[in-house]
Design a protein around this ligand. Structure first.
Ligand code: SF4
Length: 393
């Protein structure tokens, strides 16, 4: 979206209200590096406890500034593979958080896990700590895909892990899938979607394979060892995904996310609804009152910085009003839509007036829908979301 120099009314929050805040904890340890992965992760070793000591220092440091007048609505343990570390280390972090922040009793607490790393004892421990949502990195139910991606699990292990989690008491389970893998025809992708929908999951995230610089997969493609299908084929698989998951009762509430009624991921909605979040750990990002900052994505730098300065912030930016509007509208339109009253209370009416003609055209051509007070993408619009967003100014 283009920038403009017009004056815009921006209010962050009414003075009297408690800021709704999400917390992200990055656990960077993995069993090995998957070929396509560009998240910050390292192979787990015996020094992991240092990391948790540093997390405590960092949490206590930011709590001095941010714990007052804030309610914590969600916590998300991401990675890396949080389920790989000793469950007591997860409890340690939750104890430090609850001693320093006001965690709401109704908070959504998610832990990312890899199939094959969970046991009944671990699952029971998580439940007893208040973790109420699991997100499982399944990626595919095809053995060849899993081998290609160098995942540690098989399709059967993924199935049995999800059933085990359900039997042990988890009623809110997400499963991640990746589409447009090399050699993945429509039949194979449909098989993956069917396999996912048959399991006791409440949420499915379906991402197109991204080639990221610095990954082994990117080098394989550059060396001509692997071919990735083009954007048109990717769009076909994506349309198939939307159609199939809608037909199985998973409504789309963001470009890549589908949920059963009542199971939208509350944590992710904090990012998309432009609410405050504080991230702790290597490579974690935070966004508070229009300022974004991020941590070192190196364990050594992170540990040195935290033990010296109590934080590991390596960069920050404060958004201009126009940048905030652009980002807010982009995030809202990629997810559950622009809530018009909330938007105009916060930013004024000018952006809507400026884009009125385009919005009318998108509504008439059924790329967008307007329901009650919300303006959002129609399924047809999600499929070409990036193209549509580039037309707003
Ligand atoms: S398990 Fe996840 S975070 Fe770890 S290397 Fe594989 S894709 Fe990356």
């Amino acid at each position: 979206m283009k920038n403009s120099t017009r004056k815009i009314k921006v209010s962050i929050l009414p003075e009297s209200s408690k800021a709704e805040t999400a917390i992200y904890i990055h656990i960077p340890f993995c069993d090995h590096k998957c070929v396509y992965c560009d998240f910050y992760s390292i192979i787990k070793d015996d020094k992991a406890q240092n990391y948790f000591d540093a997390l405590r220092v960092e949490i206590e440091h930011y709590a001095k500034t941010y714990s007052g007048n804030r309610d914590i609505h969600t916590i998300f343990f991401g990675g890396g593979t949080p389920s790989l570390v000793d469950e007591k280390q997860i409890k340690f972090v939750l104890d430090v958080l609850s001693a320093n922040f006001n965690l709401l009793p109704s908070a959504e607490i998610t832990l990312e896990a890899n199939p094959g790393t969970l046991t009944p004892r671990k699952l029971q421990a998580y439940l007893s700590y208040g973790i109420n949502r699991l997100s499982l990195g399944v990626q595919s139910f095809d053995e060849n895909d899993l081998k290609f991606m160098t995942r540690i699990h098989t399709a059967d292990i993924a199935r049995s892990t999800i059933r085990l989690a359900k039997d042990e008491g988890f009623s809110n389970i997400n499963l991640d899938l990746i589409f447009n893998l090399p050699g993945q025809n429509k039949t194979k992708w449909l098989y993956n979607l069917e396999s996912a929908a048959e399991l006791p999951v409440t949420h499915i995230s379906a991402y197109s394979l991204m080639l990221e610089k610095g990954t082994i997969l990117n080098k394989m493609v550059l060396d001509g060892k692997v071919a990735i299908s083009d954007a048109d084929y990717d769009a076909d698989l994506y349309e198939l995904t939307i159609e199939f998951l809608n037909s199985r009762g998973f409504h789309q509430y963001e470009v890549s996310n589908f949920a059963k009624e009542g199971f939208d991921c509350r944590h992710n909605k904090f990012y998309w609804d432009y609410k405050d979040y504080i991230g702790f750990g290597t490579s974690a990002h935070s966004f508070v009152n229009g300022t974004r900052w991020w941590n070192y994505n190196s364990l050594t730098f992170y540990l040195n910085s935290v033990f010296e300065k109590q934080h590991a912030r390596t960069g920050e930016e404060t958004m201009s009003p126009e940048e905030m509007i652009n980002e807010y509208t982009m995030l809202a339109l990629r997810s559950s839509g622009l809530k018009i009253k909330e938007f105009t209370d916060r930013f004024g009416i000018e952006w809507l007036e400026r884009n009125e003609k385009l919005i009318r055209e998108l509504l008439e051509n059924e790329f967008m829908v307007r329901s009650k007070s919300t303006l959002k993408m129609a399924p047809k619009g999600y499929a070409v979301c990036d193209e549509i967003l580039s037309r707003f100014n």
